[in-house]
Design a protein around this ligand. Structure first.
Ligand SMILES: Nc1nc2c(c(=O)[nH]1)N[C@H]1C(S)=C(S)[C@@H](COP(=O)(O)OP(=O)(O)OC[C@H]3O[C@@H](n4cnc5c(N)ncnc54)[C@H](O)[C@@H]3O)O[C@H]1N2
Ligand code: MOO
Length: 513
């Protein structure tokens, strides 16, 4: 564990981002027990099986143990040199042509190493253009983005329609009822007959208005008396009639390209005559879970742990807008990983674990072996700094420009989530041509310690009405307890965030406003 990682662990353990985990989980992984005690937090005690995090410091807005910050940042990952934007990126303006323009320059091997967190998100969002469009039946089009506008295929309504159950009436009345006790029903195939002046006929909501009718009298406003229609009302011409084309005329633009297909959009499309919608294809994703230490059922035992990412990553990707084909558990088998990466048919591969340079961390050697190109190698974010983004060699026409993408998530579970929100989210947004993300800010309710050099992502309870974000405890890299009750991650810039200041928040993909 590097100095920066120790610092990161220490900060997380010190106070759970604010106010601190008062109690360790008692089952802390070895990595946690390597963490130094926070210097300003104090009060920590060693407990059986792990450390008990101390209350941590509040109010400083600076790292508790900044004394170690210098060496920490120097050793965090690789050489830590200053970065230029990677040259496989083309500015947005140059991409106005759409697909194909995200292709990296062919003649350069450079990539973003140890990228600042905001830049890493930008790079991920520009690593690929939208996937091709396809026509999907309505029932499969939900949660896609329109690849073509929805123009009305009909007038809506497509005929003059009764808005109420009652009687179609002709003229100001009084009215004599037609000899047709059923009257006109919705969906009746035969054309309704001309209604002469002074006549009325029963009519159902949604039925065609007969020619000659001037209004509809609601059933609660009238009464049948033999062949007479009694009422005290004199409806104005047009009352309770929905005229043809009231909502739109055939050919009207109802929704533009780029609109997200919601259930309401499906309803409108059906009403306007569509059986299929042209949408941008959602990325097909495959998840590869790495690690021999992982158990897939039962209670952890004998140094092995439950796979916490296998069950979480696929639905997380789905919530971000991907279609997950499969989650495969590959252990630490280098050959199986090579086979999976070399033969994938997915647009996006997401791996968990194995991003580091340990003895069984096969991801990097595998990427080299298949001829992948690293686009982002490490991000200045805690947790999650070893995350990476790579492009695999191109193998099919209908895939992303330049080849499938691979996001390597670090094995520590909260670090993996950091990778999902940092790299996978903007990439999936770009591939699926989703509308631009909106930047959200909220007032943080407690001091949050910062990392000296890197951005921190801290689970928070986000209350949009009050525009507040309350940092949650148990936010160490190996912990999911905090994020499991979170609605967002707060973006804490190097140096920390003081209580009462505004910070950017990333709502979790299932957050509802
Ligand atoms: N010498 C260094 N060692 C490490 C560094 C470093 O910079 N230098 N970084 C540390 C950090 S930070 C992280 S994060 C990890 C990233 O390592 P890997 O991506 O190779 O992940 P693993 O070693 O496979 O696992 C790390 C940790 O997470 C547990 N794990 C893995 N997969 C799962 C899963 N599916 N569910 C639950 N837990 C999982 C695994 O057992 C380890 O405890 O590297 C550090 N080391
Ligand atoms: O803390 Mo690591 O930063 O878990 O990616």
């Amino acid at each position: 564990m590097s100095g920066a990682d120790e610092l990161d662990e220490a900060i997380a353990l010190a106070n759970g981002a604010a106010g601190g985990a008062r109690r360790g989980d008692g089952r802390a992984a070895p990595a946690d027990s390597e963490a130094p005690r926070p210097r300003s937090g104090g009060g920590s005690t060693r407990s059986k099986g792990g450390h008990e995090p101390g209350p941590g410091s509040h109010g400083s807005g600076t790292p508790a143990n900044s004394g170690s910050g210098g060496s920490a940042s120097a050793t965090a990952s690789g050489d830590g040199d200053e970065l230029a934007a990677p040259d496989w990126l083309t500015p947005r303006s140059a991409r106005a042509g759409g697909r194909g323009s995200a292709r990296p320059a062919e003649d350069t091997p450079s990539h973003a190493r140890d990228a600042p967190w905001p830049d890493a998100r930008t790079y991920a969002s520009r690593a690929a253009g939208p996937l091709p469009s396809l026509a999907l039946p309505l029932e499969q089009a939900l949660h896609h983005t329109l690849g073509a506008p929805i123009d009305a295929l009909t007038d809506l309504p497509s005929f003059d329609t009764s808005a109420m159950d009652g009687w179609a009436v002709a003229g100001p009345g009084p009215w004599t009822l037609e000899e047709d006790p059923t009257g006109i029903l919705a969906g009746a195939v035969s054309e309704p007959r001309q209604l002469p002046d002074g006549r009325a006929i029963p009519i159902a909501t949604g039925a065609r208005i007969p020619p000659g009718a001037s209004a509809v009298l609601r059933s609660e406003y009238g009464e049948r008396d033999g062949r007479r229609l009694r009422t005290t009302r004199r409806p104005q011409p047009g009352t309770d009639i929905r005229p043809r084309g009231q909502e739109c005329r055939s050919g009207d633009r109802l929704l533009p390209t780029g609109t997200r297909v919601t259930p309401a959009v499906l309803g409108l499309a059906a009403a306007a005559g569509y059986d299929r919608l042209t949408v941008t294809r959602r990325p097909r994703a495959e998840v590869l879970v790495l690690g021999d230490e992982l158990l897939h059922r039962g209670v952890p035992h004998e140094g092995r742990i439950r796979d916490a990412l296998g069950p979480a990553v696929a639905p997380w990707l789905a919530a971000l807008g991907a279609d997950v084909i499969v989650t495969r558990r590959l252990g630490d088998d280098a050959e199986a990983l090579h086979e999976a990466v070399a033969t994938t048919t997915a647009d996006l591969l997401v791996t968990t674990g194995g991003t580091a340079r340990g003895p069984v961390d096969h991801l990097r050697p595998t990427l080299t072996r298949v001829g992948a190109r690293l686009l982002v190698e490490g991000v200045r974010v805690r947790p999650g700094h070893p995350m990476l983004l790579a492009r695999l060699p191109e193998r099919r026409e209908s895939g992303p420009d330049g080849g499938p993408l691979l996001v390597g998530l670090p094995g520590n579970p909260l670090a993996a989530i950091s990778g999902l929100m940092t790299l996978a989210a903007p990439l999936i947004r770009a591939l699926g041509d989703q509308p631009a993300e909106r930047e959200v800010f909220a007032r943080i309710t407690d001091d949050v310690q910062g990392h000296p050099r890197d951005t921190r992502l801290v689970p928070v309870a986000f209350a949009p009405a009050a525009s507040r974000a309350r940092p949650l405890h148990y936010n160490g890299p190996a912990m999911l307890r905090g994020v499991a009750t979170a609605s967002a991650l707060a973006v804490v810039r190097p140096g920390g965030a003081a209580s009462g200041t505004d910070v950017q928040v990333l709502p979790l993909p299932w957050f509802t406003w």
